[in-house]
Design a protein. Structure first.
Length: 296
């Protein structure tokens, strides 16, 4: 297979948690789930701002509504309530848009992001992912298993999404890559191995997210040779060092990337065949607008 200009393009939204934190000025263990408890209207406004910027696919604010995050505030018993609320908010905003806006239900890591060593056993993961997917199912057009750091983590999430969504609900998977370009997933497993392990699940799109733009560029070049399915990217503007968690003292860095540089990467990915492009942590509606204008 050779790289080629993609004929279809889906503009995704950008960072949700980082945008909510910026607007509220709050910090805490519940992260983006806190807004569902305190100010659900702010979640709706972030969704709307991304749609206004050009996004035609928004992701539910369920990245931190999993029990491991909620228990930090003693809210683990409200897991399904908050996941349902996040789905309702995204669906309501999407349906009010001027064009058809799709909603992707986020199935995130169940422990810490990037930590392939902390992925729970398959049976435990199946229980949580299935419940989350069932709560989101009435509101979403597809599921996105995002920030998957290892083959096992992706397989756990994809299996539950397919179990709940059946054959008619698209399932996308998005891996987070090692920060050094060309080093595969954060687990050290190769991209080719990751794709091969999901061959039996009928995944409709493969993406990379929560990773540096340079690592994504190298990853897409390889990914395009491995699949004829849609491919895509939504990068971090944060540098995540080894061993980082939300609560420990390891500090995340920040990539110094101008709006022009962000747009330039989007054009490169488009030329590599990417059909789905957006942003992850640290990106804003302004990033998405500039990128959408550049690749439209």
């Amino acid at each position: 297979m050779t790289s080629q200009i993609a004929t279809d393009l889906t503009i995704m939204d950008g960072g949700m948690g980082s945008e909510l934190l910026k607007r509220s000025g709050q910090r805490g263990g519940l992260w983006s789930a806190q807004a569902l408890l305190d100010a659900p209207e702010s979640v709706a406004q972030v969704h709307q701002d991304y749609i206004d910027a050009g996004a035609r696919l928004i992701i539910t604010n369920t990245y931190s509504t999993v029990p491991s995050y909620l228990q930090k505030g003693g809210w683990q018993d409200r897991f399904l309530e908050l996941a349902t609320l996040a789905g309702q908010i995204a669906r309501d905003v999407a349906d009010q848009g001027p064009d058809h806006v799709r909603v992707a239900g986020s199935l995130p890591p169940l422990n810490e992001s990037y930590r392939f060593d902390l992925v729970p056993p398959a049976q435990e993961a199946a229980s949580v992912y299935t419940a989350l997917a069932q709560a989101l199912m009435p509101y979403v057009d597809l599921f996105i298993c995002e920030t998957m750091s290892s083959v096992r983590e992706a397989r756990n999430a994809v299996a539950a999404a397919r179990r709940v969504g059946g054959a008619d609900t698209p399932v996308w998977v998005s891996w987070t890559l090692a920060e050094e370009p060309g080093r595969g997933l954060r687990s050290g497993e190769s991209i080719s191995q990751a794709v091969a392990e999901l061959a039996d699940y009928g995944v409709e799109a493969y993406l990379f997210n929560c990773t540096s733009a340079d690592a994504i560029t190298a990853g897409l070049a390889e990914l395009r040779t491995l699949t004829t399915q849609q491919i895509g990217a939504y990068p971090n503007l944060l540098h995540i060092p080894a061993g980082w968690t939300l609560d420990n003292e390891v500090q995340a860095g920040h990539y110094e990337m101008t709006d022009e540089e962000f747009r330039a990467y989007a054009v490169i990915w488009r030329e590599q065949g990417a059909q789905i492009i957006g942003g992850c942590c640290g990106t804003t509606p302004e990033h998405i607008k500039g990128m959408a204008d550049a690749v439209a």
